[in-house]
Design a binder for this molecule. Sequence first.
Ligand code: PA5
Length: 461
Amino acid sequence: MSNLRYDPTAARKLIDDSAWDALIEPLQAARAETLADVDLMASEDIPKDKQPLDAGFIPYPEQLLGSPELDTMIASAERLRDDIDRLVLLGIGGSYMGLRALFEGLCHPYHNELNREDRGNVPRLYYEGNNLDNDTVAGLLELLKLRCRDPEKLKHRWGIVVISKSGGTLETAAAFRIFRQALEEFYGADAKRSRKLVVPITGEEGKLRQFSNERGYKDIFPVPDGIGGRYSVFTPVGLYPAAVLGMDVRQILQGAAEMTELFRSAPIGENPVLDYVATCHLLERDRGMNIRVLSTWGNRLEAVGLWYDQLLSESLGKHERGATPITGVNTRDLHSRGQQHQQGSRDKLITNVIIGSPSTNPVELPHVPESLDQDQLNRLAGRGVPSLLAAAIQGTNKAYADDKRPTADLHLSRLDAHTLGQLLQMLMLATVVEGRLIGINPYGQPGVEDYKRNMGEILFG
Ligand code: PA5
């Protein structure tokens, strides 16, 4: 049974039934095309307008679940986990945002500040190579120097996972060179440990692959062909570091595989992928709502929203088209974006992402003596934070409904590995289906390549 439920009831009040009905056939065709693309990838003759074609993410979770590669990957991740106390993850865009979504959703919110034992004996996590920010690079190098002095002590040891599908992205390549040098200074350039504690995840070809082979790194994992960067969260790109950090990668994959099956078989009306696409598409086409707010009700979902920002922008933001994604975190952003969403231009569809039960016991408001009740919260004493949040969700949705502002709700029964697998796969499938529906190739990102090329010319001449 799915732990995820999509409910567009409120938004549908702004959609004509006839428009919804008329979309059923094209939507079914877009689903069929999305699924047929998986087989088309094997063909020698992929039509030009279909290139690039990166539909490999659709069957991959199921394939990986049944394969010995998964055991090999998990065994290597466990070795690395037991050998280091700090993991430096180098990657940008699709080569880091998926892991970040998993990490923030599934690990302790103060992970890095906990003792190793309280972290479940897994390393701390740091990101680099996702920007060109001198101060954060220098800050992390300084932190590693201060905290890591004796390579013989587990609590001082650190390692690198470097992720780049192309192997040529400058941000990641520059960071790799810098942190590799620091690591080799710490352990010794030719030390066996230096080779064991760097794990590259990269395509079968490219500069990083070539360097890694020649340097003799013990474990190198592939970014499978036919899976693009922003669709790669369920490959070693997201799952290898997730396994190092102790996440249940089998459950993540299981959730993703179940979502694919639901997408394949469920009719419109019971199919979260198709229902989501229909709602978003019709409100954009017929009501000009081309701003999509993923309104996450919980801090731990913010990185899912940032991951989705990239997915939607890079996939459909082409040919002067494509909706604009915005991530919100409520109730925090009710005090910043909320005003605009309530009374600004009518160009937004709000999709709430709501977690049914928190992962921890409800923290209750304490009762205080009358003399300290100036805030008058004794009336709510005994109520837990989740019940206050539920009131905020209900109140906000009612305010939007009263003003005919469309909202839809994505309910997650809880935030766990299985549910997050379902959610991310649902959003990837929806992005591709929408692309097929509106005639935009959801794979590839030619605009991003432009900046990379210009930057290369400026730097290398
Ligand atoms: O979705 C994509 O393909 C991109 O966003 C890439 O993930 C990003 O540009 C990083 O590329 P690479 O993994 O080749 O370093």
